[in-house]
Design a protein around this ligand. Sequence first.
Ligand code: TXA
Ligand code: MG
Length: 315
Amino acid sequence: MKNIYSNIYSFDKIILKKTVRLLEQNSVVGLPTETVYGLAGNAYSKSAIKKIFKFKKRPSHNPLIIHYNNLKDAKQDVIFNKSFLKLYKKFCPGPLTFVLKKKAKSKISSLATANLNTVAIRFPNHKIIKNILKSIDSPLAMPSANISSGLSPISALDVFKEFKKKLKIIIDGGVSKVGIESTVIDLCTKPRILRPGVIVERDIRKVLKVNLSKKNLKLRSPGMMRKHYSPGIPVILGQTPKSSSHAYIVFGKKYKNINNYFNLSKKANLKEAAANLYKIMRKIKDKGYKKIYVSKIPKTGLGLAINDRLKRASK
Ligand code: TXA
Ligand code: MG
């Protein structure tokens, strides 16, 4: 069924068929996942991948995450290892992305992987994307559905605002529950987190029973550009606003309900704060505030991912 934004659809059998057909024809579509909304295209098709990079204005050296419905399909493209299988068993489907070695016979377009010999793979946990992955023969390359360096979208309307009618279909799967992008872990050498997320280091350490590498090999995650997740207005960390025309993002119950204060979580719950982060930054921008100040947010557990996104937004 359509709504007023003529390319946003709710999910049913007819739209499933249409979406699958479009993906098979190498078009790109906007799809919901549990983390953020993605811009999906056939990972085996050079022309689909080209469209993704063009729509997002994404630099070609920043590789895409390839999404699968099951292990059997992923095995066509990457080399599994023990750490991967342990983490898969514990967290998948879910908000965790694995960087693994690419198989020589993999059909993934080399454009999607920025010519690297590794691939980032993910098994998303959302009914709609799982249904779509089950219905097509190829995996889906799916970066967040936003113009490069902006905020990731967490609703169909957010995706619409980025790409308007350029996409034939945006499927409405509700607000993304996690609200920030998946944790990315490199398993090609000693396990190392490349992008923090809701699955935190401690969770991973418990499963692998090894300490994770802290080595910051920038080249491993070429897309982890410093300026990223930007709301389009200045973001200033660790300071209070000087004027009520500036928004203040806060965390915890000690902050009063003041007009220009936006609380990520009154209960000081980091999961809730992560889920609210992009929602609140978009809201502040839409309300016409010129600057965003941010109070201190704990730098442990999931707080690391929130601080990571805020820090990049402030560059
Ligand atoms: O939650 C998510 O992961 C969302 C949803 C849509 O699944 N996707 C997402 O994709 O955040 P994107 O393209 O916005 O971020 C992908 C990240 C980038 O930082 C990229 O550099 C890294 O994954 N990446 C992809 N392939 C890689 C590889 N072979 N080696 C290292 N990093 C890689
Ligand atoms: Mg992104």
